[in-house]
Ligand binder design. Structure first.
Ligand code: MRU
Length: 363
């Protein structure tokens, strides 16, 4: 995607810095577009855990590049120490529990890697495939948006609501939920995006709004609780979200608050689409509700908010007084029955076990 006219990926291995992986530091957006240089697998572990990189596909690709760094470390001084390489994979896998792309990427790297050279090739493949899958999701999703636009009076704007950030920042490029929006806008469709702020870390307000602004897409940031009201008023034509892990039956884990949007969408007859690459399906999990591991993050994310003051100086302010208990579940699971359809790089798929298995080529 272009930022100020320059093409960016979220994670890459630059030719002119042969021992390092570069990532966009998402903790500094939208206030600053900064690149962080990672040179050890330990640094990659911290970057994933502290959400310098976040979003299922971006985490997966960064873990793959982390495994390349691990392979370099395991091969230093001669013989490739496979045990050391595998142990690094287990540490990376443990950094965040919900997005299945992380473990999927580690497993692929373990399968496809025999040394640092094959590790570099495999990590590049994973990154390139992620970008290609997201571009294809855009093409398939654009067809759905065109169908919805055709049902509206000529000249009207199509309103899409999204939650969290499932744009290009959450993947290597293009994104999932926002990829159809980018494709539709590029084809000339008048489209507007309602952006849920997505407390507590505000990925919507900070990242999705920045992304859409950079691409020149009309958008409006709303408080997380505004969605149902907007749907009731007829101001939402479709909800599109991403996913962090989808079970074989279509139960969908995504950022906390997604389930509330799905419930409201069902009540008001608004289509609820989930866009994801095949790598986000966890075919080994028959169903997801109560089973997909839900990350519990630190209380400080709820207790504090950060941003620049009027003078541009970064501030942290406390928004909950002392003495209250705090819980911070970072994801929820939307039952498959609330999903209208999945949009993947393979096309559009019904949220049902048989259809998903056929879609993924598993039967
Ligand atoms: O905690 P995050 O920011 O890594 O959350 C994951 C997500 O980005 C969202 O749930 C998103 O909608 C899924 S698509 C990557």
């Amino acid at each position: 995607m272009l930022v100020n006219g320059r093409a960016w990926r979220t994670v890459w291995q630059p030719d002119d810095d042969p021992g390092a992986v570069h990532v966009i530091d998402q903790n500094r957006l939208p206030w600053e577009l900064a690149v962080m240089r990672l040179t050890t697998v330990a640094e990659v572990e911290v970057a994933i855990r502290e959400m310098v990189v976040r979003g299922a596909g971006c985490i997966g690709a960064t873990a793959a590049w982390g495994m390349w760094l691990a392979a370099r470390e395991a091969g230093a001084g001669g013989e490739f120490r496979r045990g050391e390489f595998e142990a690094a994979g287990e540490r990376l896998r443990a950094t965040r529990p919900t997005a299945v792309n992380l473990g999927w990427a580690v497993d692929r790297m373990l399968r496809e890697t025999t040394d640092a050279v094959t590790a570099r090739e495999a990590a590049q493949r994973i990154a390139d495939e992620d970008a290609a899958a997201c571009a294809a999701i855009g093409r398939h999703g654009k067809g759905l948006l065109e169908g919805l636009a055709a049902g509206k009076p000529e000249g009207s704007v199509l309103n899409v609501l999204t939650h969290c950030n499932a744009g290009w920042l959450a993947f290597v490029d293009h994104g999932t939920a926002l990829s159809p929006v980018y494709a539709a806008a590029a084809a000339g469709m008048a489209v507007h995006v309602w952006v849920d702020e997505t407390r507590p870390r505000n990925q919507g307000a900070r990242l999705t709004a920045w992304e859409l602004g950079q691409q020149g897409i009309a958008h409006t940031v709303v408080a997380d609780n505004a969605g149902a009201h907007l749907m009731q008023a007829g101001l939402v034509d479709a909800v599109i979200t991403g996913a962090d892990r989808v079970a074989a039956n279509g139960d969908t884990a995504n950022k906390i608050g997604t389930l509330l949007k799905a419930l409201a969408a069902r009540h008001f007859g608004v289509p609820f689409y989930v866009a994801l690459p095949s790598s986000t399906f966890d075919a080994g999990l028959a169903a997801g509700v109560g089973v997909i591991p839900i990350e519990e993050r630190g209380a400080e994310e709820v207790l504090w908010m950060e941003g620049p003051d009027e003078g541009g100086e970064m501030r942290r302010v406390r928004v909950v007084a002392g003495g209250s208990g705090v819980a911070n579940p970072a994801f929820d699971v939307t039952p498959a029955g609330l999903v209208t359809a999945f949009i993947t790089e393979r096309g559009v798929c019904a949220p049902e076990t048989g259809a998903i298995a056929r879609h993924l080529g598993l039967r």
